[in-house]
Design a protein around this ligand. Structure first.
Ligand code: HEC
Ligand code: HEC
Ligand code: HEC
Ligand code: HEC
Ligand code: HEC
Ligand code: HEC
Length: 444
């Protein structure tokens, strides 16, 4: 009886260790991925608070402003900001509580002016973000900036920045609450996981204490036979754990799953060149030209607003300035040499869609009003250009599904918008509603 007890208890302990250790590791990973580390442990609280805010926004007349803010944010801010995560710039959650709208409007229009004015908050923010310059947005009106902030507020908490056609834009009282509810649910699962882990740890510790207590009691007894004493003095046998088929099964399955996941990931990445950053024949820096010297993109990429292709500037354009600036630099001498030899500079192409796909710059930049940075990332900060977006079909299609068409002041769209509003007023008029996900639009 005694030996049976001690044997079972040590086995139960071993089993718990085997189960609890990987479970704990996994939970810890999930928890940190969801950002519920002690520093941001409030994860669930703003989520709960977001529910009433969301409902309020969707119920009132703000819904249109929030939808407009969503589109403006995606087109202008999303490459550097997210609501709940830091990207290039800080997470914007809670911004309307941190700053008044009368501070935010001049900031977004021209942040460097606010910093230069010596505003204490702005200077600190700038320094805390490694002195990165946020681009100026003089073209945004006060109302547009206010609507961006309204959208940001509607997205605060755990809720992911949802696409326009299912989130705040669906103008009914329910959607706000639903989004808030989902966010709150996310918070609760995190808490549940933490509670489970704590319970497991407590169980393991309690079992260890019980096992030790039983050992102590048994050791005090005189009537034990040889086998019992042997068992009592036995240490925990790791080789047994190693030989356990159950454990091998678990480890084997986990290993196979990881392998499968990695395999699928690498197969999916075939033909993807995201992040591609070739070395160029001349150390041309967009940071110096488009960033520090604020030369307009179209000064060099002259056809980007007018044609399918954004051209690469010829050496003549460089000479507009470099016949005077930095004439002695070895890199600039390379431009002179190319001109003397009457040979073009052999820039290495970075972005390259396969021939089966049709992409037109002017449609996106001029007609759609999309900023270069939305697709090309923070080019103005790049010493050497790299491919920022995936350029997959899914990337094109997702944006077409989510982006409302910029139809204002474009008579071409007037009738289409009228027809759309008549038949399907609740859904915004996106690129996709206009046929932007039909195969033949992008494939020859
Ligand atoms: C190219 C990157 C970039 C883009 C695009 C961008 N920002 Fe920023 N933003 C930053 C950086 C970096 C900071 C931190 C301040 C600094 O370093 O100047 C910042 C700071 C801010 C802040 C202050 C945040 C705080 O915690 O106080 C607000 C508000 C803001 N941005 C709003 C916007 C809005 C609205 C847009 C779109 C219209 C936008 N930003 C576009 C990079 C960007
Ligand atoms: C002074 C001229 C100049 C200005 C201004 C300029 N570029 Fe460029 N850009 C170039 C040159 C030259 C190349 C080719 C060399 C390279 O890739 O760095 C290039 C390459 C690029 C590429 C990669 C093209 C490829 O091979 O796929 C992109 C994208 C790009 N520029 C975007 C921009 C954007 C966006 C701006 C404005 C923020 C801008 N450029 C401003 C001269 C310029
Ligand atoms: C509108 C004016 C202008 C144009 C056009 C222009 N640059 Fe520049 N470039 C500058 C300025 C300003 C600097 C910074 C000079 C300094 O640091 O003193 C610079 C710096 C450079 C440098 C760094 C030189 C060094 O040794 O530090 C290179 C390389 C360069 N440019 C290449 C090019 C190439 C290639 C083109 C054409 C695709 C071009 N630039 C077009 C204004 C221009
Ligand atoms: C909607 C996304 C999108 C926007 C907005 C955009 N580009 Fe592009 N850009 C692309 C894609 C996709 C390619 C690759 C095109 C190809 O290979 O046919 C590209 C290629 C380029 C190239 C290489 C030459 C070429 O045409 O293939 C340059 C230079 C460039 N873009 C500059 C710009 C500039 C400057 C802006 C802003 C005025 C801009 N782009 C806005 C998606 C975009
Ligand atoms: C950042 C968002 C965005 C991305 C990414 C994007 N597009 Fe677009 N696209 C738009 C918008 C907005 C329009 C509508 C412009 C307009 O006509 O007002 C559009 C329009 C088009 C059209 C014309 C559709 C029509 O109805 O005539 C084609 C074709 C197209 N895009 C192809 C592409 C391809 C190919 C890619 C990927 C390589 C791509 N787009 C990536 C936003 C995007
Ligand atoms: C908004 C633009 C767009 C639309 C709409 C679109 N595609 Fe694509 N498609 C692309 C782009 C861009 C690529 C190239 C992506 C890459 O290289 O990874 C592509 C690639 C493909 C490929 C892969 C070819 C290869 O060699 O890998 C197939 C097949 C394809 N598309 C079929 C379709 C079909 C069928 C439809 C209609 C249901 C469709 N596409 C609609 C943009 C589009």
């Amino acid at each position: 009886m005694n030996s049976f007890l001690s044997r079972t208890s040590s086995w139960v302990l071993a089993l718990f260790l085997a189960v609890a250790a990987p479970a704990f590791a996994q939970d810890a990973a999930t928890v940190s991925k969801n950002g519920v580390t002690p520093g941001t442990a409030a994860g669930a609280t703003p989520a709960a608070a977001a529910a009433p805010a969301g409902a309020q926004g969707a119920g009132g007349g703000d819904a249109a402003a929030i939808a407009a803010g969503d589109a403006l944010f995606k087109n202008n801010c999303a490459q550097c900001h997210a609501v709940n995560d830091k990207v290039v710039g800080p997470a914007l959650a809670g911004i309307t509580k941190r700053r008044s709208i009368s501070w935010l409007i001049p900031w977004v229009k021209n942040s460097s002016k606010v910093i230069a004015s010596g505003d204490e908050y702005a200077v600190k923010l700038f320094n805390d973000n490694g002195k990165q310059q946020m681009p100026a947005f003089p073209q945004l009106s006060d109302k547009e900036i206010t609507s961006i902030m309204a959208w940001v507020t509607s997205q605060e908490g755990g809720a992911k920045a949802g696409p326009t056609n299912d989130g705040a834009a669906k103008v009914d009282g329910e959607s706000g609450t639903a989004a808030g509810g989902a966010a709150a649910a996310g918070g609760y699962t995190d808490i549940l996981l933490i509670v489970l882990v704590v319970v497991l740890i407590v169980l393991v510790v309690t079992l260890a204490i019980i096992a030790n207590l039983m050992k102590d009691v048994l050791q005090g007894r005189k009537d034990l036979d040889g086998r019992d004493v042997e068992l009592l003095e036995q240490r925990f046998d790791w080789t047994k754990l190693y030989r356990s088929t159950a454990l091998r099964g678990i480890v084997g399955t986990v290993f196979a799953l990881v392998l499968l996941y990695e395999g699928v990931q690498s197969v999916m990445a075939v033909g993807l060149t995201q992040g591609y950053q070739p070395t160029q024949p001349i150390a041309f820096s967009h940071k110096i030209h488009a960033g520090e010297n604020q030369i307009n993109c179209a000064y060099c990429h002259t056809s980007v607003y007018k044609a399918k292709s954004a051209n690469i500037p010829s050496a003549n354009i460089c000479m507009n300035c470099h016949s005077q600036i930095k004439t002695e630099s070895p890199e600039i001498k390379k431009i002179y040499r190319a001109i003397e030899r009457k040979q073009p500079i052999q820039w290495v192409r970075v972005h390259n869609l396969p021939d089966l796909a049709y992409f037109n710059h002017s449609q996106h930049t001029q007609v759609g009003g999309i900023q270069c940075q939305t697709c090309h990332g923070p080019i103005q900060n790049m010493e050497v250009v790299y491919q920022y977006s995936a350029l997959t079909m899914g990337w094109c299609i997702n944006c077409h599904r989510e982006t409302p068409l910029n139809t204002k002041g474009n008579a071409y769209y007037d009738n289409l918008v009228k027809l759309h509003d008549k038949s399907n007023n609740a859904v915004p008029f996106t690129v996709s509603s206009n046929g932007g996900t039909e195969c033949s639009k992008c494939h020859y």
